[in-house]
Design a binder for this molecule. Structure first.
Ligand code: GLP
Length: 239
């Protein structure tokens, strides 16, 4: 815990980490104030304050007669705005992270060639990353780019950065996308990276992204743990 933060904030961070990591599970009874005081070796005030913040955020429910229980709020992801993973994570006050599993040049399959509007066997660059929210596995992302875009990514530091920020710095602006959303079972390898059993349900969003000239710059396949996000789409009726 950081020594610079007030005690109640440090306790709040520690407790929220337990909820996010699943150490405190949805529906679990929240340990009593007394046991938290003993466990964290602090006084009752900061423990109460931390619990009150979690309650205010809806991460603890019950109380007043009913035992307080953990309610894990799954962060929503809106498709009304155009965000990269990095921007989305920051918009929900989480820190984005990643592990690059692979970044390579290869010939386009027929399906990818169709999506990118290039000839089959033309070179593409595929980037496979495990995306993290506050250090926790959230999603496996496979993005395939035409070579004129992807070559910049092969040269970039993908471990430490954002694909979209890298492209924007090169004046390649992802501005339009079409999404297809469905559910898939986790392949054994994806399951291993995400820390779940093979075959577990994943929420998938496929995105074909275009730049301001209408050229396809990416075909991405994002597979999220359902415990890490929900997809939200808002509509207005047209009468
Ligand atoms: C989201 C999009 C992907 C895109 C990625 C870029 O996950 N669905 O299509 O590749 O963001 O993220 P970042 O800029 O954080 O690397």
């Amino acid at each position: 815990m950081s020594q610079n933060l007030p005690l109640h904030t440090q306790l709040y961070d520690a407790m929220i980490q337990r909820i996010r990591s699943g150490a405190w599970k949805e529906g679990d009874r929240v340990p009593s104030e007394k046991s938290l005081v003993a466990e964290f070796g602090t006084s009752r005030g900061p423990v109460r304050q931390a619990l009150a913040s979690l309650r205010a955020e809806g991460m603890i429910v019950g109380g007043r007669g009913a035992p307080p229980r953990v309610q894990r709020t799954v962060p929503a992801q809106s498709f009304d705005t155009f965000l990269s993973f990095t921007e989305w994570a920051r918009s929900i006050d989480r820190s984005p992270g990643q592990r690059v599993i692979e970044a390579s040049r290869r010939p386009a399959t027929e399906e990818i060639a169709r999506e990118l509007g290039i000839a089959p066997d033309e070179a593409v660059v595929e980037v496979i990353r495990l995306r993290l929210l506050d250090g926790e596995p959230a999603m496996i992302e496979r993005s395939v780019h035409p070579f004129w875009v992807g070559r910049h990514l092969l040269a970039a530091d993908l471990d430490g950065g954002s694909i979209y920020q890298t492209l924007l710095a090169l004046h390649i602006a992802p501005v339009r996308a079409r999404h297809v959303i469905d559910a898939v079972a986790a392949h054994p390898l994806d399951a291993e990276w995400l820390g779940v059993a093979a075959g577990s349900p994943l929420l998938r969003a496929r995105r074909v992204t275009r730049d301001e000239h209408g050229g396809v710059i990416e075909s991405a396949d994002d597979r999220y743990l359902p415990s890490m996000t929900t997809f939200v789409i808002e509509n207005t009726a047209e009468h």
